[in-house]
Design a protein around this ligand. Structure first.
Ligand code: CO
Length: 134
């Protein structure tokens, strides 16, 4: 059911420093920061030949990654995102198998303008999983 790895998201305490690290030390193609108020994050996209890295930094008081950064002060891998051909069919199949879909279960528009859902980390080897409509 899952297809390509769309991105790996890394929460970072200092977005400018992380962008510089990827651009200068690692020599990657790095975007300008993009505020995503509806997700409570500011994102920098790192484009690699075969996938993307998303550097995430909290935006606003209710940011869903604030607690993660409190527990992981120097940052860390926050989630992985897999593409699916049909996000509603994927959701229904996952729910039928007992997996917990976060939020109200309805897909939201994600960082790439496509529909996304998040799956509970306790159901996926301790890793927060995002699925994105391909
Ligand atoms: Co993501």
């Amino acid at each position: 059911m899952i297809g390509r790895l769309n991105h790996v998201a890394i929460a970072v305490p200092d977005l400018a420093a992380a962008a510089r690290l990827y651009r200068e030390t690692l020599g990657a193609e790095v975007s300008e920061p993009v505020d995503m108020p509806e997700h409570g994050v500011t994102t920098v996209f790192v484009t690699l030949p075969n996938t993307k890295i998303e550097l995430l930094h909290p935006l606003g008081k209710e940011s869903p990654i604030a607690g993660f950064l409190e527990r992981n002060a120097s940052g860390g891998i926050h989630h992985v995102c897999y593409e699916v051909d049909d996000i509603l069919a994927a959701r229904d199949r996952l729910k039928a198998s007992g997996a917990r879909v976060l939020g109200n279960g309805e897909p939201k528009i994600g960082a790439h303008g496509k529909l996304v859902l998040f799956l509970h980390p306790k159901d996926f080897c301790g890793t927060l999983v995002e699925i994105e409509q391909a």
